[in-house]
Design a protein. Sequence first.
Length: 259
Amino acid sequence: MFYIGTAGYSYPDWVGNVYPDGTKKGNMLELYAREFPFVEVNSTYYHLPGSKMIQGIMTKTPPAFRFAVKAFRRMTHERDAGKETFVRFTEALTPLVDAGKLAFVLAQFPYSFHHTGENRDYLGRFREMLPGLPVAVEFRNSRWICQDTFKFLKNEGLSLVCVDEPALKGLIKPLAVVTVPPAYVRFHGRNASRWYNHKEAYERYDYLYARDELTGWLPRLALLREKAGEVYVSFNNHYRGQAVANARMIREMIDSAGL
């Protein structure tokens, strides 16, 4: 089974594009969930979520809907969060856990998170401080991509996030690996010229995939489904609703291919 969605749902530039003209922010998730079964919550990267906020978004979605909740930046980028922060983060997600709607905690680490013993130890502590929660790890630095890492993640009960991103030195190339099911794939776009050279963060993800670019992923998605059973697919190229266009595109391609 494939859960296809986007990284976030609440963007002003989606009004009149993805959502009808005049759509208010508070109504966006309900409209989104009429079409897609899965979404990533990115606001939790910028500030710790509260259970009230989590309860609010949960009640706007149908029973089978799933969320991936991005880990707070102090947990992944600054890495100075103490146990209290992890406890607060975990407690906030309780409504999603109880409702069976939490697909993953998404731990997306920066390129500067190098493949070192110290950082591997941190991943182990990260896992320990989120007991019982499904955690998916996304690396940006390609040196992590090796059999030792896959074995380590499997032993720790951590899912590897497969990615599609620009073909730049040091970034990760497309692959289909399952360490712990379900499988998880994130499409960031291939805007190589703006990946590092941008003024606003959205410029990095300003990219619309062509159909032939996504066609190359069909064998990988089939393999991930064979290995994991369930595959979560998220498009992060959100600028002007391009993520929605590509999510619809790959959904149709998967259906046509009979995957």
